[in-house]
Design a protein around this ligand. Sequence first.
Ligand SMILES: *[C@@H]1O[C@H](CO)[C@@H](O)[C@H](O)[C@H]1NC(C)=O
Ligand SMILES: *[C@@H]1O[C@H](CO)[C@@H](O)[C@H](O)[C@H]1NC(C)=O
Ligand SMILES: *[C@@H]1O[C@H](CO)[C@@H](O)[C@H](O)[C@H]1NC(C)=O
Ligand SMILES: *[C@@H]1O[C@H](CO)[C@@H](O)[C@H](O)[C@H]1NC(C)=O
Length: 412
Amino acid sequence: MYFILTLTVFIPIIFCEDRLVHVHALWRHGERNPRDLFKGDLNNASAFPDGIGQLTKYGIRQLYTLGEHFQARYIYEYKFLSSNYSNTEVYARSTALDRAFVSAMAFFSGLYSDGTSQEEHILSPISIHTIPLEDDFLYIIGFQCQRKEEIRKIAENSYEMQSLFSRFNDLLVEVANNTESSLEFDSALNVYDTAVLEEMYGLPLPDWVSARIPEWNEFRIKYVLIMYGYISFTNSPHNLQLELLKITGGSLVAEIVDRMIHKIKCERFQTPECLNIKYQKLYTYSGHDITLIGLFSGLGFKTFMFETEEMPSVSSSVVLELWENEKIRNSIISQKTFYNYYYVKIYFYQNSSVENPKYIGNLLEECQRQKGCPISYLIKRAELLRPKPDLKRYCDQSLNAASKDDLEIRHF
Ligand SMILES: *[C@@H]1O[C@H](CO)[C@@H](O)[C@H](O)[C@H]1NC(C)=O
Ligand SMILES: *[C@@H]1O[C@H](CO)[C@@H](O)[C@H](O)[C@H]1NC(C)=O
Ligand SMILES: *[C@@H]1O[C@H](CO)[C@@H](O)[C@H](O)[C@H]1NC(C)=O
Ligand SMILES: *[C@@H]1O[C@H](CO)[C@@H](O)[C@H](O)[C@H]1NC(C)=O
């Protein structure tokens, strides 16, 4: 009798819970200063004592706070990560820009904070990995890729983009005229990126700039929706949207999904390649608004705006939790089916003041009415968007030379 009682009490608690296996997190760096000043700017560099393009003190605090939220969730609530830094458990990747590096350092200070520090002290030195910006698909703007330039040019000449340009033409003309710059989106971006921050810091702005900030914000979001593969095109090469998805989020989605598959395999089999991944629990990317935007479209989201009609906020973060279904422990599992016992929950921290992330996986049709996204869905996305045969050769191959299946250009 005693024996049966123990069993009935024991089973639900110990054996019937899904198990968190691995976590990916990608955030946008914290609040930063303008990257440069524009011609006619009423401020000079002395207005930005933390340095041009650098994180502000508040920006550092934001990532520290995000790290504390992760501590609460993954160290204390799920008891998933160790409370002290372990080189084998976490892996930190960053773009090679100061604001992304410092954001990662601040995040890990928060993750391993002892709860007593009032400041953003670095409590544990963390190894942060990077690659040169021109090779880095996380920084799509600076990433050097011939194919990317070609595809972006086609997108800029599309009916959708030309309509957008003509709608906001007078804004572009005005910026070009007032700052003696070229009549291009990127020149206007440089001016408004600075202006938006100067306005936020309460610094003086020329009237012609401040009057049009709301219009600029609308223009920018519409531009990004087109250029990052969120809309389909009429009267264009019919795979243009797919090509844009490949260059903006394809490599990142493929890398993340490959890592998940590797992790799952190594949960079941022990091969020499499992040495590092076996102990890895958290993989983080410190990046930019465009990195998040590329990941969202790559994962199949129809928007990157979840609560506000804005670009992803500084210190916002997307999290992909890989879970193992408890059923795996009482099932007869074949080599082919064990992936079916894993699923991925996708969460979003709108900004670092949000303590509990919003579950956004239900916005993907394939992930609805179940615990999360099936691995099969993510594999499908990765195979759809993976640059082939590899990123370097994909980038070097001109569209014209690309095989017919890769891109069929329809002429109208
Ligand atoms: C920068 O701006 C400050 C405040 O407006 C001013 O005092 C200073 O002289 C300016 N420095 C330069 C080099 O223009
Ligand atoms: C973590 O580090 C603190 C401070 O160095 C130490 O006191 C504590 O014992 C460590 N905890 C574990 C679980 O290693
Ligand atoms: C161009 O700039 C000049 C002065 O810089 C201004 O007087 C004029 O109105 C501007 N034109 C347009 C179209 O913005
Ligand atoms: C952070 O996000 C929450 C939820 O969307 C929002 O209510 C709040 O205003 C945001 N805070 C800042 C500082 O942007």
